[in-house]
Ligand binder design. Structure first.
Ligand code: NAI
Ligand code: MG
Length: 353
């Protein structure tokens, strides 16, 4: 198979982990006789430094032209401490999602058995947890009008969803539910938020097309509690952009670490595959970032964008083998991990290869 993959490392540990993800794709190409060619593009702080624009047209064009994008993360401490900065790395990320029509963000939350002890949640609560989140990615409060009034003393962000936007993400989630446990939980806050009321109404409507799927509607606050109390009760979960952002960071603790969680952003055009974590300034440049989220994102890329199921499983198995052999990065090590088994980003990448 001949494919053209765009590598977009972005900022901070995005650079470090995406390099490992790319090597894994390379290894798969070599092993299975595929021809993957690569190009690179700038986004985020790196792009602002080079061009003044967090998503230069050239990068966007390359994304549109490629068969799939392996993305890292964006962010720089400079902006975190200066909320008034007008040009910001996240603008590049949001624009990429909008321009590529990436309305569905899939976040599989799967715990590798070897990491049962790495989570702060009790193993008996976790064992067997396997959730697939569908986070809506191009609407909600992130993309609505925002601003200040009253001389800057009042701020507002408008949350907005159209029927069409809810329908298409709901449909993706129902389709996935049909291939899994035929169980779907739709998360909203329909008791108080109007966009949530539309959300619930539309999900109920789409549900009629999938009579085999058992649907549950849940308020986001209760979901936050139940995710930790009883993660096994969830199978496919569909929710709005903001709720999904927060709930999946929370759910990362089911998988042991943010460094383990991959995601696929899909929609109208090129798919983008990325860890759910950010640029992690606190560990940038130390060579300790866990690259598994990027490697598992590469596995999603092979499966979803290229339909290469076996290759994808091969990558997931490689991660599993490395964990079984006892190797850990710092974020997933526990008190029982021998010091010589704690590896840096590149070294654990070599084990996976
Ligand atoms: P973060 O996800 O970068 O880090 C949160 C915590 O998890 C940190 O303690 C970090 O060290 C740890 N962590 C994250 N990924 C890890 C990995 N692969 N291995 C080991 N440990 C890992 O979120 P934070 O610190 O809130 O934000 C840092 C920057 O990232 C900010 O500028 C933020 O705007 C940006 N960000 C970007 C995102 C993206 O590009 N998709 C998503 C979230 C945040
Ligand atoms: Mg987030």
């Amino acid at each position: 198979m001949k494919k053209n993959i765009l590598i977009v490392p972005g900022d901070g540990i995005g650079q470090e982990v995406t390099a490992v993800g790319k090597k894994v794709l390379d290894k798969i190409a070599e092993k299975y006789g595929h021809e993957f060619t690569y190009d690179e593009a700038l986004i985020g702080h790196a792009a602002i430094e080079a061009t003044g624009n967090p998503l230069p047209d050239e990068s966007l064009e390359k994304m549109k032209q490629s068969d799939a994008v392996l993305f890292g993360a964006v962010g720089h401490p400079k902006y975190d401490n200066d909320p008034s900065a007008k040009v910001r790395p996240e603008q590049g990320l949001l624009k990429m999602r909008k321009e590529l029509g990436l309305y569905a963000n899939l976040r599989p939350i799967k715990l590798f058995d070897e990491l049962l002890g790495a989570s702060s949640i009790k193993p008996e609560i976790l064992k067997g947890a396997d959730i697939l989140f569908f986070r809506e990615l191009t609407g909600d409060i992130y993309f609505g009008e925002k601003g200040r009034k009253d001389n800057g003393d009042t701020a507002f962000d408008i949350a907005q969803y159209s029927r069409f936007e809810v329908e298409r993400i709901a449909r993706k989630a129902f389709e996935a539910a049909m291939t899994r446990g035929k169980k779907l939980c739709s998360v909203d806050k329909a008791n108080v938020i109007e966009t949530s009321r539309l959300w619930r109404e539309v999900v109920q409507q789409v549900a009629k097309e999938y009579p085999e799927v058992t649907v549950e509607h849940q308020f986001v606050d209760a979901t936050a509690m139940l995710l930790i109390k009883d993660p096994k009760r969830f199978d496919v979960v569909v929710t709005a952009n903001l709720f999904g952002d927060i709930l999946t960071d929370e759910a990362s603790q089911i998988a042991g670490s943010m460094g383990m969680l991959a995601s696929a952003s899909i929609g109208d055009g090129t798919g983008v595959y990325e860890p759910i974590h950010g640029s992690a300034h606190d560990i940038t440049g130390k060579g300790v970032a866990n690259p598994m989220a990027s490697v598992l994102s590469a596995a999603l890329l092979l499966d979803i964008s290229f339909g290469l199921k076996q290759e994808s499983e091969d990558v997931i198995n490689a991660v599993d083998q490395v964990l079984k052999a006892g190797f850990r990065t710092g974020d997933i090590a526990d008190s029982s991990t021998p010091k010589d088994k704690i590896l840096g980003t590149d070294a654990i990448g070599e084990e996976i290869l």
